[in-house]
Design a protein around this ligand. Sequence first.
Ligand code: ADP
Length: 230
Amino acid sequence: MALNLLMLGPPGAGKGTQAERFAQSRGIPKISTGDILREAVQTGTEIGLRAKAIMDRGELVNDEVMIGIVRERLEKKDAANGFVLDGFPRTVAQAAALDGIMAGRDPLIVVDIMVPEEELVRRLSSRMICRSCGHNAPMGHGPVCALCGGELIQRTDDSESVVIDRLKVYHGQSEPLVEYYRVRPTFRAINGAQSPDQVAADLAAAIAAVCAHATRLPGVGTAAPSGVQP
Ligand code: ADP
């Protein structure tokens, strides 16, 4: 079974870090829509030019554009044996489109990383990102990236006021996704307010448990009948 993993959780939950670790450990691509958009901004493509202002305000880029980006990316050969999606879907419309894109493929495994709000604000407003490779690091770890030696900068959307707006957007538009996926037998919630190593261990255990049960469960890969609890 291909490991088609989807990470849910508010900004700052650690999705990107965990997605990166997990994808590397399994040799599957990490597909981060935030990274794809930031790259488009840097290279100055049409999508990048339009997305920049929206991202700087902490708002969401148009569903149609995002669905197109992800559809194209998931059709690439390297995603055939599994992938980790980080940052998509962010709206119920994106989730419904993803179900269409995934028709006929192995089921999505959905993991929600939960972290209390105060911790999110603290993490985001003290987070740095490498200008060259996109690696995240907390402030106070020196001016250069531990991975590639690139310059560490603060993301323009990590200033405190934008962080608060991003959390509002999350609660309004993305949190309903937890209810959308919770009814599926392949959904698991994990505690993100722990050390990165502990979160990674919980994530691996949750995924192993889903895989062990997946073949025996009805309705895997599609929306479960309403009323079915995980
Ligand atoms: P976060 O740290 O908030 O998880 P990301 O790096 O995933 O941030 O995304 C940064 C910004 O890119 C978002 O605030 C949003 O403007 C835009 N973005 C990323 N993914 C999506 C998406 N699936 N739909 C709409 N906008 C998106």
